[in-house]
Design a protein around this ligand. Structure first.
Ligand code: ADP
Ligand code: RBF
Ligand code: MG
Length: 270
């Protein structure tokens, strides 16, 4: 595995220094100052392949930039694009595949060994704690889909949003004075409705008999299920969300995820 960046070698070194163990994961690291022409020229990838002692045609490039995709294709390599700018995937059409985030990378599609960390249709994540009062959304969840989502403020949870790509996640939800419930959530723009803002929409997997706007909601997000998708019909969207619910409900019974249920942070009242 090689790291080939247009950034100068020294910048790569100082940046990677802060991520313990990352440098050792790469057998080759090349900076833009180590080749004559940077991306979109294929030179940096051809040099990486040479140093890895691998034929360019056997290499898979994972790229977040448009010039990088151009460089990878020009080097005769297969390219998976992970666009750095959301909603700009139309600029990356020369890539062999476009994915929303690295969470969706499937190495087995490219003849590489499968990732081993998926468990029963879910990807365990470092747990994230978010919360705040339940706010009003677009009023669509229960009315249009029959799936109410207790929206949290995007502003108050902006760190979490910037660290998590859009997609379907799950975990546990604590509602003050009520209890702790299983939860499956959508993070993102909801392509079916073409929202312009990234929202946080947890569906608590429990029957409530009334609304709870304004109440303090605490979430621990423990895993990832899938990227956001668009659907040809409302029925297909709803069916998919019900499948997400099933996946989350089952997974949350696994010790790996169920251990967070009793987390005191879910119960704390402000
Ligand atoms: P909004 O667009 O305002 O979020 P929704 O139609 O998505 O409206 O409904 C969400 C509201 O429904 C929540 O804020 C909450 O008060 C209530 N609610 C009732 N049951 C649930 C549930 N199981 N999960 C989430 N919210 C629920
Ligand atoms: N909306 C989409 O457009 N695409 C999706 O893939 C999608 N997945 C969702 C998954 C879950 C678990 C939930 C609760 C919602 C999802 N929705 C999705 C969001 C739905 O559009 C949203 O709840 C409405 O926008 C109501 O506000
Ligand atoms: Mg909602």
């Amino acid at each position: 595995m090689a790291l080939a960046s247009n950034s100068p070698r020294a910048s790569i070194e100082s940046k990677i220094f802060y991520h313990q163990g990352w440098k050792e994961l790469f057998s080759v690291i090349i900076g833009g100052d180590e080749v004559k022409m940077g991306k979109p020229s294929p030179e940096i990838f051809l040099e990486a392949a040479k140093r890895l002692n691998i034929e360019p045609s056997s290499c898979l490039v994972i790229e977040d930039s448009v010039p990088g995709v151009t460089a990878g294709k020009a080097a005769g390599m297969e390219v998976v694009a992970v666009p750095s700018i959301p909603k700009q995937s139309h600029l990356y059409t020369s890539a062999d595949e476009i994915i929303n985030s690295l969470l969706d990378l499937q190495p087995e599609k490219w003849g590489l060994p499968q990732f081993q960390d998926w468990v029963e249709g879910t990807l365990p994540l470092e747990p994230s704690y978010i919360g705040g009062p339940v706010i009003k959304g677009f009023g669509r969840g229960s009315k249009v889909l029959g799936i109410p989502t207790a929206n949290l403020s995007a502003e108050e949870n902006s760190d979490f949003l910037s660290e998590h790509p859009s997609g379907v996640y799950f975990g546990w939800a604590g509602l003050s004075n009520r209890g702790v419930y299983k939860m499956v959530m959508s993070i993102g723009w909801n392509p079916y409705f073409n929202n312009t803002e990234k929202t946080i929409e947890p569906w608590l997997l429990h029957e409530f008999h009334e609304d709870f706007y304004g109440e303090e909601l605490r979430l621990v997000v423990v895993g990832y299920i899938r990227p956001e998708a668009n659907f040809p019909s409302l029925e297909r969207l709803v069916a998919k969300i019900h499948n997400d619910k099933k996946v989350a409900e089952r997974a949350l019974d696994l010790p790996l995820y169920s251990k967070y249920k009793d987390d005191p942070l879910l119960k704390t009242t402000l």
